[in-house]
Design a protein around this ligand. Structure first.
Ligand code: VGL
Ligand code: ZN
Length: 207
């Protein structure tokens, strides 16, 4: 596959709390770091996202009484999964993995920074309506094709890819540069949703 000047690499949530030993660990999460560092060298445009929650965020099980991580609650905007407290603003857990090395990354987009609404997607918060501003940024800069990687395949990569596609960007997932949280059914559902939307899953050696 030939890369073009209008391509962008979107690196989702490569943050300490999602790594083994972190607050919301993803199995082998750290394995994506060297792959993404190598990938990024092929792109003129790289955008990083950073999940960035305040204390008592709606997605934390501890914010609600008698709730456990991985349960789902009904939020005013729809179903919301609950998680251990993670990526608290300005903590080490919210920092990027120390080995992530992409000096030319041009934008760090923070999301999930408001207490009462979560944002898995880099484009729309979890009400599936409120824009983060990323679509406008990409359009103004004429970045039309997106390659997604990072964490987690079945949550933030999933919703970012689906929204990017729905908003009119050509969207491709670099599957070997992602890892999944793997809740029951979550990877199968993600694969199905990508197939329905005709979002290709490729490996980074195709670039
Ligand atoms: C994520 C769960 C909660 C992700 C973020 O980056 O996929 N998952 N917050
Ligand atoms: Zn989060």
């Amino acid at each position: 596959m030939q890369l073009q000047p209008t391509d962008a690499l979107l690196v989702i949530d490569v943050q300490n709390d999602f790594m083994p030993g972190g607050a919301l660990p993803i199995k082998d999460g750290d394995a994506v770091v060297p792959i993404i560092n190598a990938l990024a060298k092929n792109f003129d445009h790289v955008i990083l996202t950073q999940d960035w929650h305040p204390p008592q965020h709606i997605s934390f099980a501890t914010t609600h009484s008698n709730r456990q991580p991985f349960e789902v609650i009904e939020a005013p905007y729809g179903p919301q999964a609950l998680w251990p407290e993670h990526v608290l603003q300005h903590t080490e857990g919210a920092a990027f993995h120390p080995s992530l090395h992409i000096p030319h990354a041009e934008l760090i987009l923070r999301k999930g920074f408001r207490r009462h609404i979560d944002s898995y997607s880099a484009f729309l918060e979890n009400d599936h309506k409120t824009p983060t501003g990323l679509a406008g940024y990409l359009r103004e800069r004429n970045l039309t094709r997106l390659f997604l990687c990072g964490l987690a395949y079945d949550f933030c990569v999933r919703y970012s890819a689906l929204d990017g596609h729905a908003l009119g960007f050509e969207t491709i997932v670099l599957e070997d540069a992602t890892r999944a949280v793997n809740l029951p059914g979550s990877v199968d559902e993600t694969n199905k949703a990508f197939a329905v939307a005709s979002i290709p899953r490729i490996t980074s050696n195709n670039l």
